[in-house]
Design a protein. Structure first.
Length: 255
């Protein structure tokens, strides 16, 4: 099997491609037929999860990791387009931009932490889909995610960095996140006691690190921490896999 012949995708809702070696504990999609079965199974799983625990499912973004052949990514039906959105919305449904605006307004008007958590988790679950990127930028949702990371509420931090991780694979989104101080906030999240927060921070830094900000990201203390996550497979496979992916792309290849 050729090196780098597969991409890792973070889906449900994190959907983006990290070019790297094969990782353990992953689902492999080899052709369109399997891709279709995967999508059907994933939708059924998400529906079942929502029915069995509707409150929990609505308040926490999911994080699953899968490997896909590069040429199969276009076959994945997780992403929205105008036709699918029209079919899902119907004649009298709420347009996506209006719905996202309503969520932002709910967050701004919220008087309790639980409402804020629910809204930010919901927004983070929209951030994986490129169809929503223009709307999220228009409504300053990326900045909202970053603001949440500065809050003392660990759930808001978790959902905020989750939204950053979901959206930052797209270069224009990444530029906005970097411009508004996203890198030090993501680095800060590496030391969080919350597992999902650390996972999202590792994924975010994978995409945000580039030639112009390597000095800010690749500080000795940051590399040391990520190295420790890379060797922590016995504690967390996801920590180890994401940390190794980061090191392979940004540290080992630069030596």
């Amino acid at each position: 099997m050729a090196r780098n012949s597969f991409n890792i995708c973070l889906l449900s809702p994190k959907a983006k491609a990290i070019s790297m070696n094969l990782l353990p504990s992953s689902v492999f999609i080899y052709n369109g037929a399997i891709t279709q079965r995967f999508n059907k199974s994933l939708r059924s799983s998400m529906l079942s999860s929502t029915k069995s625990n509707r409150t929990k499912a609505s308040r926490r973004p999911h994080t699953l990791y899968f490997l896909f052949k590069v040429n199969d990514l276009d076959n994945i039906t997780m992403f929205t387009n105008d036709k699918r959105q029209k079919e899902r919305t119907g004649r009298y449904g709420t347009p996506r931009l209006q719905y996202l605006q309503e969520l932002v307004t709910q967050f701004q008007n919220a008087t309790n932490e639980e409402t804020k958590e629910r809204v930010v988790a919901n927004l983070a679950n929209f951030a994986y889909d490129p169809y929503n990127y223009t709307f999220l930028r228009q409504l300053n949702v990326l900045e909202l995610f970053l603001d949440c990371i500065t809050e003392p509420n660990e759930k808001l931090v978790e959902f905020g960095i989750g939204g950053v991780c979901n959206s930052c694979a797209e270069p224009e989104n990444a530029a906005i996140i970097i411009q508004h101080g996203g890198i030090p906030l993501a680095i800060q999240c590496l030391s969080s006691p919350v597992k999902n927060t650390v996972n999202s921070a590792l994924g975010s830094l994978y995409y945000l690190c580039n030639n112009s900000n390597r000095g800010e990201v690749l500080k000795p203390e940051v590399i040391d921490l990520i190295n420790r996550y890379a060797t922590a497979e016995a504690t967390s496979v996801s920590f180890s896999n994401l940390a190794r992916a980061f090191l392979e792309k940004h540290v080992f290849k630069s030596i």
